[in-house]
Design a protein around this ligand. Structure first.
Ligand code: HEM
Ligand code: HEM
Ligand SMILES: [Fe+2]
Length: 482
C-alpha cells in the first residue's frame, strides 16, 4: 500500500506520518496471515496439500505469527497517531522512531523468509538463535527477540518522553503505564528452559497477560480516544469508564491466568483460582460494550435534541469497525471464552477446535476490528477529509470479513463439539480417539465450512484493501466539489 495510503499530507505532523508507515506494513501482514490461514485450512481437507513444500506446521506458524506481528505494528502505529493529539506536542524522537520502523520491518521480513526456507531441522541451540524458538505465536528466533526488545524500547522511550513533556491526559496516562506492562511481559517468553511445564508457565505470561489484560487495556484507551474523535464523546465520561475498566481488567485478567494452569503440571490450587477469576473476565468486557453503545446513543440523542438532522459521525467506516469491536470483544472473548473457562468444562474442550473457534473470534473481535478502525482514522487525517463516509467497498469489507470470521467460528465450534462428544467423552481421549473423531462427517463437514467461510473472509479483505486504497482519493475529490 501503497502510495494511496498517504504518509505525506500531515502538514508537518511527523508522528502521524510514521503511524501510516506502520499501518501499511500491518495491512500487508494481515493479508499474508489470511493467505497462510487458507493454506492451513485446506490442509485439513486435503492433508497432502503442499506436503514437504509448505507443511501444515509451517503454514499455521506463519498464520499466527503474522497475526501477532501485524497487530503489534498496527498498535504502535495507533499510538504514534494519537500521541500528538493527546499530548498537544510533536513526538520527541521521530528520526529514531523511523529508524526503528525500518529495522523492525526488515527483521520481520527476514524471520518470515527463514521460516519458509528452513522448515525442518535439528532442535539445537543454534536453531533457537537463528531459525525458530518454537513457542507458539512467538516463534521468532532469539536474535529477532533481542531486536524486538530494542525496537520496542525505542518506541517506548518516544512515547514516554513525549508524554512527560506534553499534556498528561487520562487516556495517555493509562496508555503509558500499560505499554510498559505490554513490553515488559514480552521478556517472560524469551529465556530457555528444557522443562516443558515451566516453559508453558512463563509463555502464558506473554500470551494470556497480553490478550486478556494489557492488550484489552490498550484497546480500551484506543476506543476512548477514537470515540472522542469520531462522535465528540465527552472526555470525562470516556475516561471515567476507562479507569473502571482498567481496574476490573487487571482484577480479573491477571489471576484469570489460572485457566491455562489446569493441566500443565502446575499445582491444583490453580483450578479454583483460574475458575473464579477467569469467570469474572467477561464483566469488564460487558462494561466496555455498554460504554461504547451508551456513549454512542447519548451523543446521537444530544444531536437530535439540538434539532440536527445529519449525523455527527465524522468517520463512518471507522465507527462501524469500532462498534464491531464492542460486539466482537464481548462475543469472542467474553462469551466464547467463558464457555470453556471452568475446569469442569475445560477438561473436555481443552485443545479441541473449540479453542480455535474462540481464538479466531476473540482475536478478530477484540483487536483486528479496532485496529482496522484506526487505519480509517489515519486515512481520513492523511487526506484532510472532514467527514469520511462509508461506501459500497467499505461496507462489503466489514460485512464479508465479519460474516466470514463468525462463520468460521461457528464451523469450528461444531467441530469442537464433536470432538468433545466422540473423542473425549465417548472414547476417553488418546491417539486413536483423536483420529477417529477427525474422520467422522460432523468434523469433516465443519472443516469444509470453515474453508468456505475463510474464502468469504478473504474476499472481504480484498474489498477492505481496495477501499483503503481508494477511499481517500475519491472522497477528497467529492469534498472539493461540494
Ligand atoms: C481478546 C481476548 C482474548 C483473546 C485474543 C483470546 C485468545 C485465545 C487463544 C488464541 C487461545 C488459544 C491459545 C493456544 O493456542 O493454546 C485461548 C485459549 C483460552 N482462552 Fe482465550 N482469549 C481471550 C479472552 C479470553 C477470556 C475473557 C476467557 C475467559 C473468560 C478466555 C478463556 C480461554 C481459555 C479457557 C483458553 C484455554 C483453552 C484450552 O484449554 O484449550 N479467553 N484464548
Ligand atoms: C482466511 C481466513 C482464515 C483461515 C482460513 C484461518 C485458518 C486457520 C487454521 C487452519 C488454523 C490452525 C488451526 C488448528 O491448528 O487447528 C488457524 C489458527 C488460528 N487462527 Fe486463523 N484463519 C483465518 C483467519 C484468521 C483471523 C482473521 C484471525 C484473527 C484475527 C485468526 C486467528 C487465528 C488464531 C488465533 C489461531 C490459533 C488458534 C488456536 O490454536 O487455538 N485467523 N487459522
Ligand atoms: Fe487466557
Amino acid at each position: 500500500m501503497l502510495t494511496s495510503i498517504k504518509t505525506n499530507n500531515f502538514a508537518g505532523d511527523k508522528s502521524k506520518e510514521l503511524a501510516m508507515m506502520y499501518f501499511r506494513v500491518a495491512i500487508i501482514l494481515f493479508g499474508a496471515q489470511l493467505l497462510f490461514g487458507l493454506v492451513a485450512a485446506f490442509q485439513f481437507i486435503v492433508p497432502g496439500f503442499l506436503f514437504e513444500i509448505l507443511d501444515f506446521s509451517v503454514a499455521r506458524m506463519v498464520h499466527i505469527n503474522a497475526l501477532v506481528v501485524w497487530m503489534l505494528f498496527a498498535m504502535i502505529g495507533s499510538v504514534y497517531f494519537m500521541l500528538p493529539d493527546e499530548t498537544g506536542i510533536e513526538t520527541v524522537g521521530i528520526g529514531i522512531g523511523k529508524l526503528a520502523f525500518w529495522v523492525f520491518t526488515a527483521a520481520v521480513t527476514v524471520v518470515v523468509l527463514v521460516y519458509i526456507l528452513v522448515q525442518v531441522g535439528p532442535g539445537t541451540e543454534s536453531t533457537i538463535w537463528l531459525i525458530n524458538e518454537g513457542r507458539e505465536y512467538l516463534e521468532a528466533p532469539r536474535w529477532a527477540d533481542i531486536g524486538i526488545v530494542v525496537v520496542v524500547l525505542t518506541f517506548y522511550a518516544n512515547v514516554f518522553f513525549t508524554y512527560m513533556k506534553g499534556e498528561k491526559t487520562g487516556i495517555m496516562t493509562v496508555m503509558v503505564a500499560n505499554l510498559l506492562a505490554v513490553s515488559g511481559l514480552y521478556l517472560a517468553g524469551m529465556f530457555f528452559t528444557d522443562n516443558i511445564s515451566m516453559d508453558q508457565y512463563w509463555w502464558w505470561w506473554v500470551i494470556h497477560l497480553w490478550v486478556e489484560a494489557t492488550w484489552e487495556v490498550f484497546v480500551g484507551a484506543l476506543a476512548a480516544y477514537a470515540l472522542i474523535r469520531l462522535i465528540g464523546a465527552k472526555r470525562e465520561v470516556v475516561e471515567m469508564w476507562l479507569w473502571i475498566e482498567v481496574l476490573m481488567l487487571f482484577g480479573s485478567g491477571v489471576l484469570g491466568l489460572g485457566h491455562h494452569y489446569f493441566w500443565i503440571g502446575t499445582p491444583e490450587y490453580w483450578w479454583e483460582i483460574g475458575a473464579l477469576f477467569s469467570a469474572l473476565e467477561p464483566v469488564p468486557l460487558v462494561a466496555m460494550f455498554v460504554h461504547v453503545l451508551y456513549d454512542w446513543g447519548k451523543e446521537q440523542g444530544i444531536a437530535k435534541g439540538q434539532g440536527k438532522t445529519g449525523s455527527i459521525l465524522t468517520n463512518g467506516p471507522a465507527m462501524a469497525w469500532i462498534v464491531m469491536n464492542a460486539f466482537g470483544n464481548f462475543l469472542g472473548a467474553g462469551i466464547w471464552g467463558f464457555f470453556h473457562t471452568l475446569p469442569q468444562v475445560n477438561i473436555y474442550t481443552h485443545g479441541t477446535q473449540f479453542t480455535a473457534a474462540h481464538g479466531h473470534l476473540a482475536f478478530f473481535g477484540a483487536y483486528a476490528t479496532i485496529l482496522v478502525g484506526m487505519m480509517y482514522i489515519g486515512l481520513q487525517s492523511a487526506y484532510g477529509i472532514k467527514v469520511l463516509k462509508a461506501n459500497f467497498k467499505s461496507k462489503m469489507g466489514i460485512i464479508l470479513i465479519s460474516f466470514g470470521v463468525m462463520g468460521m467460528t461457528i464451523a469450528l465450534t461444531v467441530a469442537g463439539y464433536e470432538q468433545v462428544l466422540i473423542e473425549r467423552a465417548e472414547l476417553g481421549g488418546g491417539w486413536e480417539a483423536f483420529f477417529t473423531a477427525q474422520n467422522l462427517p460432523w468434523y469433516v463437514q465443519a472443516q469444509l465450512w470453515r474453508m468456505i467461510m475463510g474464502v468469504v473472509t478473504f474476499v472481504g479483505f480484498i474489498y477492505l484493501i481496495w477501499d483503503l486504497l481508494t477511499i481517500g482519493k475519491t472522497q477528497k475529490a467529492l469534498q472539493a466539489q461540494a
